[in-house]
Write a protein that binds this ligand. Structure first.
Ligand code: UD1
Length: 417
């Protein structure tokens, strides 16, 4: 099984580019199921989650081919309506095929995703929304089985702003009869990107990026072209790599508004930043302060950057209180950080991090989920000696060649196969 060794590295310096957004690419690739024909995309990252999506789309009659970051999805006629457990268990976002399949074919069987390291991650809000649109939904033998005539537009009020739920309903509503209004919708940039692609296909979506999204259903959508937005989580992770090593790193292909909550916390901690429209530079700095962070839906601090920010806080002067308000079990990385010598007290949803600059010692550690693995790579850059990060298949789900990007900035990092 692949692992990574990271040695204490010099301050990272140079320029690096973030790739296309994984969390944007996934729903957009699933939205191709709404329209036959050739869909073309630019800026699709090369990741395991995209490979899983390609496999699932393939089993549903949609063939994905790629040339670097350019991807074509050819959607043909097919009777396949089943998303099998073998693929879904590898990637929870597979549930995003449910809305498009129901909307286009009036039937779908999608395996329930099962457990996840960061929380229970139910899909009740996806299912309730689809039921409100007229779908009959039952769960049998581990599968969600949905049937409907043409879905009907309605008003759906989410109890909490779910990203995947908002995306599933937007896709389902694009081909529904009448208008759907999603209230308390997620506002993430990935929602806006999906709306842009639905509109490129001839959909009628307005309000994406606000708490109320309006989708006027149309009879038919047509395959179109789209460039996926940059990955704000990858950009944030690269900035944090610059920060934790006291280096100076320019991250290109980064939309500043999408990482603003992180940038403000970095400034509060004492870092100086240069913002350009699609690039940010973090400037060399030592003796940064511990700051408190609470994760919450966009535009607040992203839960997907919590673990990596905690890595930075282990090296801060003073204490940082990190509150995880999105997922109930997203502190799996804490015990690994503690094994390296970090002083962290985790409680339910709150971790108190007492910074101990320069005190971490490299050791073998285990990645538990995607962002936790990035956190461990970041601390590996500053821990004395060598840190061995095991189970990096988690990292490969969501970071494209992270080790190559860090190495280009001077990191002492190696993948072992
Ligand atoms: C997406 C992102 C993930 C990110 C998360 C929060 C993708 C592929 N993944 O995940 O990287 O960490 O947003 O920004 O885009 N919930 C329910 N019922 C539901 C759905 C969600 O209770 O039906 C709860 C979840 O348990 C969680 C919260 O709502 O506590 C937010 O989850 P959600 O926004 O749906 O996350 P995902 O779409 O799964």
């Amino acid at each position: 099984m692949d692992k990574m060794t990271v040695k204490k590295s010099p301050a990272l310096r140079g320029t690096v580019s973030a790739g296309g957004s994984k969390n944007s690419a996934l729903p957009i690739l699933f939205s191709t199921l709404l329209a036959e024909g050739d869909h073309w995309f630019e800026n699709i990252p090369q990741l395991m989650d995209i490979d899983s999506t390609a496999l699932l789309l393939g089993s549903l009659g949609a063939e994905l081919t790629r040339d670097g970051s350019r991807v074509r999805v050819r959607v043909g006629k097919t009777d396949a309506r089943i998303a099998h457990y073998d693929i879904v268990r590898k990637m929870r976002a597979s549930i995003l095929c449910l809305g498009p399949l129901l909307a286009r074919f009036g039937e779908a069987e999608v395996s329930l995703p099962g457990g996840c390291a960061i929380g229970t991650r139910p899909i009740n809000l996806h299912l309730e929304g689809l039921k409100e649109m007229g779908a009959e939904i039952k769960t049998e033998k581990g599968y969600v089985i949905g049937k409907c005539k043409r879905l009907k537009g309605t008003t759906i009020l989410f109890d909490s702003p779910t990203v995947g739920g908002t995306e599933n309903i937007m896709m389902a509503a694009a081909l529904a009869e009448g208008t759907t209004i999603i209230e308390n919708a997620a506002k993430e940039p990935e929602i806006v990107d999906l709306a842009n692609y639905l509109n490129a296909m001839g959909g009628k979506v307005t309000g994406a990026g606000s708490g109320i999204i309006r989708i006027e259903g149309v009879e038919r959508l047509k395959a179109a072209e789209h460039r996926v937005i940059p990955d704000r989580i990858e950009a944030g992770t690269l900035l944090l790599a610059g920060a934790i090593t006291g280096g100076e790193v320019l991250v290109k292909n980064c939309i500043v508004d999408h990482v603003e909550a992180l940038l403000q916390k970095l400034e509060e901690s004492g870092f100086r930043l240069t913002r350009e429209k699609t690039a940010v530079t973090i400037h060399a700095h030592r003796g940064w302060r511990g700051v408190d962070v609470t994760t919450a839906p966009f535009p607040a601090f992203a839960t997907d950057l919590q673990a990596q920010f905690m890595a930075l806080m282990t090296q801060a002067e003073g204490t940082s209180i990190i509150t995880e308000s999105v997922f109930e079990n997203r502190f799996m990385h804490v015990q690994e950080l503690v094994r390296l010598g970090a002083d962290i007290t985790p409680k339910t949803r709150v971790a108190v991090v007492r910074g101990t600059p320069g005190k971490l010692q490299g050791a073998p550690v285990m990645a538990t989920d995607l962002r936790a693995s990035a956190c461990l790579v970041l601390v590996g850059l500053v821990a004395q000696g060598e840190t061995e990060v095991n189970r990096i298949y988690h990292l490969d789900r969501g970071y494209e060649r992270l080790e190559a990007k860090l190495e280009s900035l001077g990191a002492l990092i190696r993948r072992h196969q």
